[in-house]
Design a protein around this ligand. Sequence first.
Ligand SMILES: NC(=O)c1ccc[n+]([C@@H]2O[C@H](COP(=O)([O-])OP(=O)(O)OC[C@H]3O[C@@H](n4cnc5c(N)ncnc54)[C@H](O)[C@@H]3O)[C@@H](O)[C@H]2O)c1
Length: 261
Amino acid sequence: MRVQGKVALVAGAGMMGPPGGKLGNGRAAAVLLAKEGARVVAADKSREAAEATVAVIKGNGGEAVAIQGDVSKETDARRMVEATLEHYGKLDILDNNVGIFLSRDIIDMSEEEWDHIMAVNVKGIFLMSKHAIKVMMNSGGGTIVNISTIWAQQPSPGAAAYNTSKAAVMALTKCMAVEYAPYGIRVNCVVPAVIDTPLFDSVVTPEGKEKRLERIPLKRFGLAEEVAQAVLFFASDESAYTTGETLLVDGGMMAGYPRFF
Ligand SMILES: NC(=O)c1ccc[n+]([C@@H]2O[C@H](COP(=O)([O-])OP(=O)(O)OC[C@H]3O[C@@H](n4cnc5c(N)ncnc54)[C@H](O)[C@@H]3O)[C@@H](O)[C@H]2O)c1
């Protein structure tokens, strides 16, 4: 058990899509952290989705509670952290998994669309972390895991708001890591590429999937369970001397191209 006795708050622990199908990154992380001994607070904008994740964890014999909240609102962020303390008495791990995607060229994007992506993907991590850090500072430390994407560093056209927000997540990871390292708080970032989740299914056509496969050296899409393994590593004491770091879960995409010549 790699996080035995720890309490983990997973923001965005629900998921889109039908029960029993592919997992989203948030649910996969919540389920794995619970399997590895953590008591989990599954937080999500959708109460139903959070409760469904709790049902999976309990079905596996784990311990979890669901809470509804919107990470882009400070009152909700504070409430989610407070609820964690009320239920389990402490907070050791925060997984900032929430991220929303928008396919939109810059000249077609409204100010409201831009602001919404930034509010959820960047401000959400700031707010959740702000309130979690205050608790962790008083309890001797903790770990925060943020989720970015390779598109933050190697953008594909048509998703400037998303890609920019995820680059901010990487910068924020380093800012938080250096600011709170003296308090025993570690902050790291998981950087997935193409992960076969219900969200991915909802935005990419079968032809689009074929095209994307050609670009992946390992010749397959990643699984949410594989992203969860990276979250678990940063959440656990196995990464005790690592902070401000990123870990690619990308099938080799950032290393280079599949055979070209
Ligand atoms: N799926 C991919 O291919 C992929 C690739 C790279 C990065 N990511 C990142 O992984 C993370 C999870 O993505 P996913 O596709 O696995 O989704 P997911 O299945 O983990 O679902 C995300 C959850 O976040 C919740 N949510 C949305 N807005 C919220 C808000 N304001 N407050 C609280 N909860 C909210 C949704 O209800 C949903 O349950 C995101 O940060 C995403 O950007 C995904």
